[in-house]
Design a protein around this ligand. Structure first.
Ligand code: ADP
Ligand code: MG
Length: 326
């Protein structure tokens, strides 16, 4: 079983950033209003995530490390109506097969919380402890079971950049939740709970505030909200391109093309527009299950949505197109 877990881990846990992403998403799913991400040596030392979410019972905290032990899906139908971030029940089992995990967790209704130490897919120790409500996950010695893999980790700077990327994706998906990120005692981000515009400003700096143009569009198949940046803000490098679907970050090359097409004539071909676009759709028209890390999402009618993006971005840019009514 520990081998099966390690194989699954190869898909889910590629680097410290994958651990950060999975744990942050679990905190969001647990209803946290505040999530702290604390790193030592860009996660190579340790990764600690502290949330004030609903916590776990002693039994559930043990269960959480079992493979496919998700509390979020109970029947096949649920797979088509995914609202939570996690649903495969693989992350914690995978992480515990390639790292040492210390868990401290307590639910509101329990007087005492639970401490667990899990390593090599095995529960090594369990105790009752007093701790704040919520969950505190400490992941140490990542890939100590697979030295070859540990050797493949990049420099602290590179790993930290990957972590920052994942951190911002989750933080931009849920501006109503407060997040902090610190490495070796240095605070990198401190994002208080806010609205979307303020979250973007806190994440990317005050200068972006006056560059944001709002996008709002509602059709029968998709609602799009968010911001694009004025053409003058376009850059030659990627970094501020964000699509979210039902509060989940997604990559979408085809929809990205809708943006480049909308900006055509306003920016030169080697420049990339900045955007923060939030799609709300009926979960039954998307398939988020095509990749274990869940950043690629397939839609039922992508060309119709392409046209809607194109028209609504053009409108925001002042090109005033008519948004197709579908
Ligand atoms: P998934 O998120 O796909 O369900 P995970 O392996 O990430 O699978 O987590 C397994 C289970 O552990 C979750 O379904 C949830 O019940 C519980 N869990 C994990 N992290 C937390 C947390 N921060 N707070 C409360 N429960 C959690
Ligand atoms: Mg999860």
């Amino acid at each position: 079983d520990s081998v099966a877990n390690q194989i699954a881990a190869g898909e889910v846990v590629q680097r410290p950033a994958s651990v950060v992403k999975e744990l942050m998403e679990n905190s969001i799913d647990a209803g946290a209003t505040k999530v702290q991400v604390i790193l030592k040596n860009a996660g190579k030392g340790f990764i600690q995530i502290i949330d004030d979410g609903k916590g776990m019972s002693p039994r559930d905290s043990r269960m959480a490390f079992e493979r496919h032990a998700t509390s979020k899906i109970s029947c096949a139908q649920d797979l088509f109506n995914i609202r939570t971030m996690g649903f495969r029940g693989e992350a914690l089992a995978s992480i515990a097969s390639v790292a040492e995990v210390e868990l401290r967790t307590r639910r509101e209704e329990d007087e005492l919380g639970t401490y667990l130490f899990v390593a090599d897919s095995e529960l090594k120790n369990q105790e009752s402890i007093s701790c704040p409500r919520g969950t505190n996950m400490l992941v140490k010695n990542l890939f100590y079971t697979i030295p070859a893999r540990r050797k493949f980790l990049k420099s602290d700077n590179t790993e930290l950049r990957n972590i920052t990327t994942e951190f911002l994706r989750v933080a931009l998906a849920t501006p109503e939740v407060a997040f902090t990120l610190a490495n070796n005692g240095n605070e990198i981000y401190n994002l208080p709970a806010s609205g979307l515009r303020q979250r973007i400003v806190n994440a990317f700096g005050k200068a972006i505030n006056s560059k944001l143009l709002s996008v709002n569009c509602e059709t029968g198949i998709v609602t799009i909200n968010g911001f694009i940046c004025v053409p003058q803000h376009a850059r030659k490098t990627y970094g501020e391109q964000y699509f979210f679907v039902n509060d989940r970050f997604m990559k979408h090359n085809f929809f990205h093309k809708a943006l480049t097409e909308a900006y055509a004539g306003l920016i030169s071909a080697d420049m990339i527009p900045s955007y923060f676009l939030y799609f709300t759709v009926d979960p039954s028209i998307i398939d988020v299950n095509i990749h274990p890390t869940k950043t690629e999402i397939k839609f039922q009618d992508e060309s119709a949505i392409f046209q809607i993006i194109l028209a609504s971005v053009k409108e925001a840019l002042g090109k005033f197109n008519v948004i197709p009514t579908i």
